[in-house]
Design a protein around this ligand. Structure first.
Ligand SMILES: Cc1cc2nc3c(=O)[nH]c(=O)nc-3n(C[C@H](O)[C@H](O)[C@H](O)COP(=O)(O)OP(=O)(O)OC[C@H]3O[C@@H](n4cnc5c(N)ncnc54)[C@H](O)[C@@H]3O)c2cc1C
Length: 339
């Protein structure tokens, strides 16, 4: 159906809950883009349909406790091994902030397949790591071969419907056919994953727009109900001015994200427009949710009102899918200066 349908769907889901619904598409989006770019025909046949239908839920495991924006420094290792007569890789190391890792059936793991750390981005590959789904905030997955994967969710003020896990892999076995691209994907994982990140950023533009729209609607409803000085808050011109500015900014975020979606339909390899849309839409979501909270006064700080959730959910948007300064400096400015 194309990127625009994906964005509109995401926007509508995020209007209700960024964490429980609006973010569900992000992880399969990133894995499927990596598979479409670099997967073998056999891998596309095996994974694309169940991942797209939601039969298999996905977690993305790139960030590590000591590695964030500098993705090329990923240290988690995948070493060739044969276990029970099967060729594959043994995974050892840690990952951080792996969202939805508990409930996920597979993790798209970026790991170092060439032990020479000086190779940086050129020594990394993407592996599809199967695991059992778990409810709750902690899990332990043991393989009969002795491999162990443990996960513990980090408590956060917002974005609570998802849960992001710190993971630890010890001799966790992954079969060779789960190396995305097999021989042709070996040590090319960084480039495959970067393509998926551009798609994730585009989607985050939709997530931010939906959340900002929710804040606008909540503020408009509240200010019509709430009375002070003998009048509904909406009668004060300052309230109308604020709502008008919020609506105009949200429309700008929406149109920029739609334009980036259409551009990505034309050319899957673009990254500038999705990064710009993500950057702008996330700032607008942070600002509009806070404006909406102010318009609720003290009740905007009460968990009873959804606006308090919108504020803490919005705060994560400029951090993930490329933290704001990295988008500004390394994705947007670098591309502008290169031309
Ligand atoms: C709720 C949540 C969910 C997440 N989900 C996932 C997930 O599912 N999978 C996953 O792999 N990751 C996930 N992440 C991780 C996220 O992508 C990272 O937090 C993000 O990439 C930033 O990395 P970092 O936190 O290590 O910050 P750092 O890279 O340590 O950056 C800290 C600060 O330093 C600044 N900085 C760093 N380098 C530079 C530079 N060169 N120039 C200027 N400033 C710089 C940054 O801009 C930032 O402000 C998630 C994070 C959160 C909070």
């Amino acid at each position: 159906m194309g990127n625009l349908a994906m964005i509109v769907t995401t926007e509508e889901l995020s209007r209700v809950s960024l964490a429980a619904a609006g973010s569900l598409i992000t992880r399969p989006e990133i894995l499927t883009k990596a598979l479409l770019k670099g997967g073998t025909e056999e891998q596309k046949r095996k994974w694309l349909a169940p991942v797209s239908s939601g039969e298999l839920m996905v977690g993305i495991a790139v960030t590590e406790p000591d590695v964030g924006s500098d993705v090329a420094s990923v240290a988690c290792r995948a070493e060739p091994a044969e276990v029970g007569g099967q060729k594959g890789y043994l995974i050892n190391g840690s990952k951080a902030w792996c969202t939805f890792a508990g409930r996920a059936n597979v993790l798209a793991l970026l790991a170092r397949t060439d032990p020479d750390s000086k190779l940086g981005a050129k020594g990394l590959s993407v592996l599809i790591v199967p695991k059992d789904p778990f409810d709750g905030h902690e899990f332990e997955m043991r393989q009969s071969s002795g491999g162990v994967l443990t996960g513990k969710a980090d408590a956060t003020p917002g974005y609570r419907g998802m849960h992001s896990f710190t993971l630890s892999f010890e001799d966790y076995f992954v079969p060779y056919e789960n190396l995305v691209g097999e021989e042709s994907g070996l040590n090319r994982g960084f480039y495959l994953q970067m393509n998926g990140f551009a798609a994730g950023r585009l989607q985050t533009g939709g997530r931010a727009t939906g959340l900002a729209q929710a804040a606008l609607e909540a503020a408009a409803a509240y200010t019509q109900d709430r009375r002070q000085f003998g009048r509904p808050l909406i009668d004060f011109q300052l309230t109308q001015y604020k709502l008008g500015r919020m609506a105009a900014h949200i429309q700008a975020a929406r149109q920029m994200t739609y334009k980036a979606a259409l551009a990505m339909d034309e050319d899957e390899s673009i990254s500038l427009q999705p990064a710009m849309a993500k950057l702008l839409a996330c700032d607008i979501a942070v600002w509009t949710t806070q404006e909406g909270q102010l318009l609720h006064g003290g009740w905007g700080y009460a968990e009873e009102y959804p606006i308090s959730r919108f504020v803490v959910d919005a705060q994560v948007l400029p951090i993930f899918e490329g933290v704001k300064p990295i988008l500004e400096l390394k994705v947007i400015a670098r591309q502008l200066l290169a031309n």
